[in-house]
Ligand binder design. Sequence first.
Ligand code: AMP
Ligand code: ZN
Length: 113
Amino acid sequence: MSDCIFCKIANGEIPVNVVYEDDQILSFHDADPQAPVHVLIIPKKHIPTMDDVTEEDGALLAHLMLKVQDIAKELGLNNGYRLVNNCGEDGFQTVKHLHFHLLGRRRMNWPPG
Ligand code: AMP
Ligand code: ZN
């Protein structure tokens, strides 16, 4: 998607502070952190939202989820963290390229606002 900011980040057109990268996924620091540690984890493939995930994305999503603990360890989140996906209007998703927020190093509230 040529006009998608996260596709541009995934292909290196827009520089970010990278935490982890491989051929399928990218993790980078959020530009507007909501916690002392706030990184995003995205598939490099353009998938707009969780509602657009299909069976064929299963291995990609499993790969992403299995990397979360490695990224959390790398960031020193030894006391836990929160993993968030905002989906669609009610989820307050602002960037329409699937991403997961990994937040940590402070105690989170529940329920979220
Ligand atoms: P969401 O509201 O779930 O769609 O989250 C989008 C996130 O992307 C927000 O937390 C933004 O701060 C973050 N974001 C947007 N543009 C950039 C960028 N160029 N670099 C890093 N984070 C970004
Ligand atoms: Zn995209």
